[in-house]
Design a protein around this ligand. Structure first.
Ligand SMILES: [Zn+2]
Length: 474
């Protein structure tokens, strides 16, 4: 089937044709790890997860390999600032927030990418790329006091600005560059900059320093996907300057047709009708939302709006998203009382909707249609056709799978309760489980059993397997 996607570069919906039909390659800009991911950070991760699932569905049966790369930016001025503010060492911040990001995205049902390179592990590749840009005359070292800075020279590139299509004035204003007298042109951007002794830094031909943000993605995408690949994705806010500058860096050294063939961007996200901000109380982190709602509800709400549209994320929306998911799970649960769902391929009508520039709202409508058919097939006083029930329930689950939805056991889904309903936060439960593990290690089984029993009294069930303990609220 033909997959159509909206390409930001061409400003048009186009038919996707991979450069190599045997290897489909996608790069999406990942998080800068200095704080919990907010819901706006989660949107591209969930959107491109659906695209990843769809690419696998379409191309794997044709014998193609799909490689999806999503980086981690673990060297950045925001991380340095966070460390300065709290006193927490940089590597502790990046490790902790990377772990939190992974846990949050897992709770949102996001598949792991095929590679997740960290910027700090690819400094050599970045330095090599900067050297090539210098050698080709697309970059220059700042003189005098500004020594140690290497800048990209936008005037060295005839068609700089072709992704964002901004005029010269907007390019300069939008670059939000601080007054930097060492820049030949105000729109020039940093490839490498010097670090003070207390800042993270690496040895380079220009002295001890660190990379600019844009060069990270140019270097890491090339390392994991090659000089040319298919799709580059991210939030709309990255079009300029980040993606514009990635194009500048990569095509100036690898050729005009190199780098990403298609550019996809998701729309902006607001919360409760306004731009998210901590002072307005509408700054939702995934971590906090997960105490109140199952991750699948958050994912579902993100997918109910088409990815290119602006999305107003509200608590009311979460409540109705939960009710919609209840409808799906109830349909599957009742079906299961009659027949086990068949293991089938995702229904064609859902593949077609998603293949039309990832039309998730329409795909969800198709899921509702299937759920209606299933409800009719299991309605009271209906003569149950077990085969049909099994097929419809299978279709619903398989269709949900392409969207990363309806994959839980319906009973498990029913049991979900918000954090704290039993008087314990998840962190408190986990700390009790750690204490129980320590007691067991010390062969204090009486104490270990006591902790387990006390948790059970509050409706928290521990399950031990292969040396690991998982838990759930009853
Ligand atoms: Zn990037």
């Amino acid at each position: 089937m033909a997959l159509k996607i909206y390409d930001t570069l061409r400003r048009d919906k186009v038919t996707f044709e991979p450069r190599d039909p045997k290897h489909v390659r996608m790069y999406v800009c990942g998080p800068t790890v200095y704080d919990y991911a907010h819901i706006g950070n989660a949107r591209p991760v969930v959107v491109f997860d659906v695209l990843y699932r769809l690419l696998k569905h379409i191309y794997e049966p044709q014998g193609a390999k799909i490689t999806y790369v999503r980086n981690i930016t673990d060297v950045d001025d925001k991380i340095i600032a966070a460390s300065k503010e709290t006193g927490e060492p940089i590597d502790a911040i990046t490790r902790r927030t990377t772990d939190a990001f992974h846990a949050d995205m897992k709770a949102l049902g996001v598949l792991e990418p095929d590679a997740e390179p960290k910027a700090t592990e690819h400094i050599a590749e970045m330095i090599a790329l900067v050297k090539e840009l210098l050698a080709k005359g697309h970059a220059y070292e700042a003189p005098g006091d500004a020594k140690g800075h290497v800048l990209f020279s936008v005037s060295s590139m005839a068609d700089y600005g072709r992704l964002s299509r901004l005029d010269r004035e907007a390019l300069v204003a939008g670059a939000r560059v601080e007054v930097a007298p060492y820049k030949k042109d105000p729109a020039d951007f940093v490839l490498w900059k010097p670090s003070t002794p207390e800042q993270p830094g690496w040895k380079s031909p220009w002295g001890r320093g660190r990379p600019g943000w844009h060069i990270e993605c140019s270097a890491m995408s090339e390392k994991f996907l090659g000089k040319s690949f298919d799709i580059h994705g991210g939030g709309q806010d990255l079009i300029f300057p980040h993606h514009e500058n990635e194009i500048a860096q990569s095509t100036c050294v690898r050729g005009k047709d190199a780098f990403a063939k298609y550019w996809m961007h998701n729309g902006y996200l607001m919360a409760e009708g306004e731009k998210m901000s901590k002072s307005l109380g509408n700054f939702y982190t995934v971590h906090d939302l997960l105490r109140e709602f199952p991750g699948e509800v958050i994912r579902f709400l993100l997918l109910k709006t088409h990815y290119r549209q602006p999305l107003d994320f509200t608590k009311r929306g979460l409540v109705s998203a939960r009710a919609e998911l209840d409808r799906f799970y109830t349909a599957v649960r009742i079906a299961k009382q009659n027949a086990e769902p068949c293991d089938v391929d995702p229904p064609e009508e859902i593949v077609i909707e998603l293949g039309d520039d990832l039309d998730t709202p329409m795909a969800i409508r198709r899921l509702h249609d299937i759920a209606s058919d299933l409800n009719n097939a299991t309605a009271p006083e209906t003569k149950i056709d077990r085969k049909r029930v099994a097929e419809l329930a299978g279709k619903l689950v398989a269709g949900g799978r392409l969207l990363g939805l309806i994959q839980q056991d319906p009973e498990e889904w029913r049991r979900w309760k918000p954090e704290g309903i039993d008087g314990l936060t998840n962190a408190e439960i986990e700390s009790l489980i750690e204490r129980r593990a320590a007691a067991r290690k010390a062969k204090d089984f009486k104490r270990a059993d006591h902790i387990r029993d006390e948790l059970l009294k509050k409706g928290i069930v521990l399950e031990d397997s292969a040396g690991n303990t998982t838990w759930r609220r009853q």
